[in-house]
Design a protein around this ligand. Structure first.
Ligand SMILES: Cc1cc2nc3c(=O)[nH]c(=O)nc-3n(C[C@H](O)[C@H](O)[C@H](O)COP(=O)(O)OP(=O)(O)OC[C@H]3O[C@@H](n4cnc5c(N)ncnc54)[C@H](O)[C@@H]3O)c2cc1C
Length: 490
């Protein structure tokens, strides 16, 4: 978090005083949260256009007026990359949108991405004064973040952050997802010579191959990566560390530090009868083939099957992305099957809301027991167990329990399984000196992200299992601080 002295100095800037005089805090709290426009659900189900349309400048300035510029801005503590939230919002309020974008980029390598996909309601916005003290909707921090980042990009005035003089120390990053990109951005700013190695032919990790265009357009990811490239980060695609290049090769190539950000892309299955039928597949396969391999195009080399009655098993963001994709690919009945209630769903609230608007059916408190197929071994129906909620389990959520004797058969022709992921195993199994948990995650010091091997740091999903973009980015920043201090001390 920025120091108290720094925050105090910024809050006493003369323009800040002017803003305070314009509207009294009491009046600010009476303003209603601005609603972002989105494409009509009927129209958007026919295409891949981005659903949310962003705020207009007037809407953004009106929403920014709701922020009362708290003396102790707790919203910052809810942000894993510690964006100076009041500072960027007050710049929006006075109409200096480029300055607002600059404040965002001081600590975040991917503001246009985070403004779109962060679960703000559980992070910065959950700590907002309005939620904490007034029981009112939080300031729309995520919408404002998106607005400032989009404004900067669309203005063509993309500022490249300041870079310290080169120190000629080479560091390698394994994986180009949000953890790797955030680490790379901070290290290049500190003068390090940074190379990001990516196994796939495209950069961005889940931002590219997981989250669909209708939620996060690829050109947004491209622009943010392009800024990193302009800052001096080098990218090498089609390079699988642990296969194409080994740990020893990296050391021989002169890399003094390695940041492992290889993510968690190994899908889980439920191991129930019929899961090996044609038409049952993992969510990772489904989304990756569509987003990265053009599989929704029937003319492509490896088109994906496009079901008419599609069940997606799970309640996270991944499940929402898959079910809404199936709808766009022509499913007449697209369903979410989730064993707990809607309240426990891990997906962002907005994704659930949009899915409902698009006509997705929700079978909450249902769990698949088995699938049956037709004579061609293609899935044709599923047996669901009705569930109820018991006492909270280790995750703090109420445990789902079967309702005895209560089952239902539902016809399906495609099932997409989205019940969790494990870390990609290649680095843990080929790199020496790491400590690995029973779940396949890399053990690190949580302050510095340093692993048991002193020159290897790790962060994001390879450390946490499946988590979120902003937590991965926070890890990247912590690792950059930890590794840079260690390397510069030598
Ligand atoms: C469909 C989907 C939707 C999601 N939606 C949201 C959302 O709305 N909001 C949110 O906050 N989170 C969301 N998440 C979770 C979030 O995307 C992840 O937590 C985050 O991307 C993790 O970042 P990461 O950098 O650790 O890994 P990743 O993004 O997985 O990136 C890892 C990268 O490393 C590469 N790699 C792996 N092994 C090697 C190797 N040996 N050599 C070289 N490269 C390698 C991979 O190809 C990949 O590009 C979603 C996840 C999915 C799958």
């Amino acid at each position: 978090m920025p120091s108290q002295e720094y925050l105090k100095a910024q809050r006493s800037a003369p323009w800040r005083e002017e803003l305070r005089k314009t509207i009294k805090n009491k009046d600010r709290t009476q303003l209603t949260r601005v609603v972002m426009n989105s494409i009509d659900p009927v129209v958007r189900c026919q295409n891949y256009e981005e659903v949310n349309l962003g705020l207009t400048a007037d809407q953004a300035m009106a929403e920014a007026q709701r922020c009362i510029d708290c003396a102790n801005p707790t919203c910052i503590t809810g942000c894993p990359v510690e964006i100076n939230i009041p500072e960027f919002i007050k710049n929006i309020e006075r109409g200096d949108f480029l300055e607002a974008a600059k404040v965002l980029k001081d600590t975040s390598a991917l503001p246009a991405v985070c403004g779109r996909v962060c679960p703000q309601e559980r992070q910065c916005e959950s700590q907002c004064f309005y939620v904490q003290k007034l029981n009112k909707p939080a300031v729309a921090i995520g919408h404002l973040e998106r607005f400032a980042a989009d404004f900067e990009r669309e203005s063509g005035n993309i500022a490249i952050p300041d870079i310290e003089p080169a120190n000629d120390i080479k560091v390698a990053v394994i994986g180009s997802g949000p953890a790797g990109l955030s680490f790379a951005g901070d290290m290049v700013k500190k003068g390090f010579d940074v190379t990001v190695f990516e196994a796939l032919h495209e950069l961005g990790g889940v931002l590219r191959y997981g989250i669909p265009e209708f939620r996060l357009p690829n050109h947004i990811v491209d622009t943010e990566i392009d800024v990193l490239a302009q800052m001096g980060v080098q990218f090498r695609t089609n390079c699988i560390i642990g296969k194409t290049i080994s740990q020893e090769d990296l050391i021989e190539m002169g890399f003094k530090g390695i940041f492992v950000a290889s993510g968690a892309g190994l899908p889980h299955f439920m191991h129930i009868p019929g899961e090996n039928l044609n038409g049952v597949m993992s969510c990772n396969e489904y989304l990756t083939r569509i987003n990265l391999m053009d599989a929704a195009n029937p003319e492509s080399d490896t088109p994906v099957f496009m079901g008419k009655k599609v069940a997606v098993i799970g309640g996270g963001n991944t499940a929402m992305d898959a079910v809404r994709t199936a709808k766009r690919l022509g499913a007449e009945k697209a369903m979410i099957v989730y064993r707990r209630s809607e309240e426990e769903m891990p997906a962002r609230l907005e994704e659930v809301h949009h899915a409902k608007e698009e006509g997705i059916e929700f079978y909450t408190l249902h769990n698949p027991l088995k699938y049956e197929g037709d004579e061609r071994f293609r899935v044709s129906r599923m047996l669901l167990q009705r569930m109820e909620l018991g006492e909270p389990d280790a995750s703090g959520r109420r445990r789902p329990l079967p309702v005895k004797g209560s089952t239902v058969w539902i016809d399906v022709d495609q099932v997409i399984v989205s019940v969790g992921v494990s870390p990609n195993p290649l680095i843990p199994s080929t790199f020496g000196g790491l400590e690995i948990t029973d779940w396949g995650t890399i053990v690190v010091n949580s302050d510095t992200m340093q692993s048991a091997c002193h020159d290897i740091y790790a962060g994001g999903d390879i450390v946490r299992g499946g988590a979120t973009v902003i937590l991965a980015m926070g890890d990247g920043r912590k690792a950059a601080k930890g590794m840079s201090e260690a390397l510069l001390a030598n």
